[in-house]
Design a protein around this ligand. Structure first.
Ligand code: TXA
Ligand code: MG
Length: 324
């Protein structure tokens, strides 16, 4: 078990000494280290069991810090940063060599964002370095939305957990880069909706399939997978296919008759996509802990945060497609 609390000074001391601290953000908890210290950053990869070719997001205190780490900034990037930072938006921008190669996995671009959580913002304001932080889960597993999730998954590998309560948004940040003309390109759906981004920066092209080598690990098909098999699709069909198994359900608004209530989680009884996003990973964690044979689920409306929710559901099922 890691020490856990709300003591920023403890976090400052540990991070300054090159140690790992789990930090709360509005999206998910991050596993943070001094982004300018390669020895500290290596520990992140080791703790997560994460391949080194998979780059990390750099967290800064505010837009004013950006010029230390970013070479140039298209106009659309500035508009987006001004509109949505602090918030669930990561920008992929040409980096300065102040950022170690390990952080960007040798890419000429750095992923950068200002997180929206008072404890972590206060921490970043005091530190004289930015924080490299992936989601605080073992590679390929569900992201943590509470300090308890971090304890369960990485408690033995992190030096302190800064407890900031349940994540307010509950989905990882949306990742946006820019083409040669400075137009926005989507690399990962996330906690900021496409609609909100397009309202500020115009049409966003989809960069999620641009190259064979994924630019973002969130693009790997099986990412965000729970241990229990997840069946996404028509309820009746899946119930029939899984007849005789111990089945749970992750539903948007309404319980499924015939499945014990204790084995079901409702994302949002009122059909609110923001509430559903906030609860998604927590519900998956809870269902996973029940040791069911399978969990059935259906997609939510494909709009706003619903797109990112569906993206995570599809990835969660990909790895365990048809064990039965
Ligand atoms: O909301 C979030 O983004 C959370 C919180 C902690 O900030 N972080 C997060 O980090 O989700 P992670 O490492 O789980 O996902 C970051 C994604 C990865 O898929 C990574 O490949 C991509 O961002 N990424 C980071 N730096 C990149 C770069 N330089 N070029 C391309 N992709 C990059
Ligand atoms: Mg992650």
């Amino acid at each position: 078990m890691a020490n856990q609390g709300q003591d920023i000074q403890v976090a400052i001391d540990l991070l300054s000494a090159g140690k790992l601290v789990a930090i709360p953000t509005e999206t998910v908890y991050g596993l943070a280290a001094n982004a300018l210290n390669s020895d500290a950053v290596v520990r992140i990869f080791e703790a997560k069991n994460r391949p080194r070719f998979n780059p990390l997001i750099v967290h800064i205190a505010g837009l004013g810090e950006m010029s230390k780490y970013v070479e140039s900034l298209p106009e659309a990037a500035l508009k987006l940063a001004e509109a949505f930072w602090p918030g669930p938006l990561t920008l992929l921008l040409p980096r300065k060599n102040t950022i170690p190669d390990l952080v960007t996995a040798d890419s000429p671009h750095v992923a950068i964002r200002v997180p929206r959580h008072p404890l972590t913002l206060a921490l970043l304001e005091v530190l004289d370095f930015p924080l490299a932080a992936p989601s605080a889960n073992p590679f390929g597993y569900i992201s943590p939305t509470s300090a308890a999730h971090v304890q369960q998954q990485l408690g033995h590998k992190v030096d302190y957990i800064l407890d900031g309560g349940h994540a307010e948004v509950g989905l990882e940040s949306t990742i946006v880069g820019f083409d040669d003309e400075g137009n926005p390109v989507l690399y990962r759906l996330g906690g900021l909706s496409l609609e909100a981004i397009e309202a500020v920066a115009g049409t966003v092209t989809d960069g999620r399939n641009l190259s064979a080598k994924p630019a973002a690990s969130g693009m790997l098909k099986s990412h965000y997978a729970p241990d229990t098999a997840l069946y996404l699709g028509p309820v009746e069909e899946n119930l029939e296919k899984l007849y005789g198994k111990k089945i749970g359900a992750l539903v948007f608004q309404h319980l499924i008759p015939g499945i014990p209530e204790a084995w079901q989680r409702v994302l949002s009884p009122t059909g609110d996509l923001a509430e559903a996003a906030k609860r998604l990973f927590t519900c998956l964690h809870e269902l996973d802990a029940l040791e069911l044979d399978a969990v059935i689920s259906s997609e939510v409306p494909e709009q706003g945060l619903g797109r990112a929710i569906n993206d995570r559901l599809r990835r969660a099922q990909a790895i365990f497609k048809t064990p039965y």
